[in-house]
Design a protein. Structure first.
Length: 159
């Protein structure tokens, strides 16, 4: 009771209030993450490279978890149209990966194959549908190299 700053009879109420406060703070944090992701994706879209009429983007986003990556992927698909996108979110030495394929790139590139290619290089794994795949692995120099190699891996698929 003394830790919660009240009388012993108020302990249950104090714990309930702390639980509500935690939920409120978690909602605020999620809203801020979404806002951050929205701003980051607006800038990212400009760095996409066009190959065979399809925009290709591979990017590392510090501090993005899997949900924030999926939200960013949805926005980038809308922004870029015909696109192949691989996003890597990094936190605490781990990388979350999301690959997406949209528009005319469908049928030419499979998100699951792209994700498996990158995840395999960073000691991870993943999979999913032809249009969206998720996975993970280790953050570090291998992730940087894997992201840099995405364009070369995709070129033959879009030629």
């Amino acid at each position: 009771a003394s830790l919660l700053g009240g009388a012993a009879t108020d302990v249950v109420e104090k714990i309930r209030q702390l639980g509500e406060r935690q939920k409120k703070l978690e909602r605020e944090l999620e809203a801020l993450k979404a806002k951050l992701a929205s701003g980051a994706t607006a800038d990212l879209g400009a760095s996409a490279v066009e190959i065979g009429g399809v925009k290709v983007l591979a990017a590392r986003l510090e501090g993005f978890d899997a949900k924030a990556l999926r939200d960013a992927m949805d926005r980038l698909k809308q922004q870029l149209g015909d696109a192949v996108i691989l996003l890597a979110g990094t936190q605490d030495g781990k990388a979350s990966l999301v690959a997406g394929v949209n528009g005319s790139a469908m049928g030419r590139v499979k998100a699951g194959e792209l994700l498996s290619h990158v995840a395999g290089q960073i000691g991870g794994k993943g999979g999913g549908r032809p249009d969206l795949a998720q996975g993970g692995g280790e953050d570090g120099p291998k992730l940087v190299a894997a992201l840099e190699g995405v364009l070369e891996w995709i070129k033959p698929h879009l030629a």
